[in-house]
Design a protein around this ligand. Sequence first.
Ligand code: AMP
Length: 306
Amino acid sequence: MSRGRPDAGFFFARGRLETIRTIAWMKEKARAARQEQRIVGLVPTMGALHAGHLALVERARQECSPVYTSIFLNPKQFSASEDLSRYPRPLEKDMAELKAARVDGLFLPDAAEMYPPGFSTYVQVEGLSERLEGRSRPGHFRGVTTVVLKLLEIVQPNYAYFGRKDAQQAGMVQKMVRDLNLDTEIVLCPIVREEDGLAMSSRNVYLTAEERKAAVVLFKALKAVEEALRSGVLDTARLQKTMRKVLDAEPRAKVDYAEIVDAETFEPVAQVGRRSYTVLAVHVGKTRLIDNLLMESDGDGVRGVL
Ligand code: AMP
């Protein structure tokens, strides 16, 4: 048994998960940890946790102590026509999972705590926030960057963990951190998938059984791009054709966008570069799903990372 750290498993398995509901208390806890020279990790989520979220927590636990997870269903990133009111909120289950994952505290503010009456300050990453997801969901990214900036200011973590599932969101948060000189390092973690390849998402529960089967088409389309890449195709027009063929063969799928873009700017590229993304947003029934393939070049050419 290691001597450095108390046997956290024992205490956390028996104790209860500390739930922090106020900004003042969250600040105080994180400040005390920083003062003790501890490495503070933050995993921001909107709850309805699945293995994708828990992989972020696990990575954070390897690198930080304490690890805080936030659950905040941020109203500012949903438009009036979106799914805020029916978004799943299985709080008890989430708390049990966070406890089992041994996080040190759950930051669980309500909307009035985060946005008291008169709140009127927003942050926006220009350019990047207007493309792809930003174009399809106007105002969405302004809500995301505003809440993430608030969370990063409240906790001031050394590291904050984001999933590549939301690649554009993560890219934007990284840019915001750079542009505003924040003292947090953003750690980007791989996409966690279901057995058939569908990227895990809190929204997958909206899918009917038939739609759930059809939803695997996103993965199939990305897989087709990956295979074409492996055979040496770098021309994005050709790759896009390959991807469209797969998507168009699924009658339940309606493509919002399917593009190949630079991994920093999210601008379209004609050739797959050093780092690019194939990004997809597809409606399956009433549910909008996103996924992506990271394409990076190493010494041996370009490879795709699903
Ligand atoms: P959300 O609760 O959907 O806002 O997601 C919280 C964090 O979990 C974000 O950084 C997401 O990118 C990440 N995440 C969600 N789904 C996955 C997944 N399937 N694999 C990896 N990370 C994920």
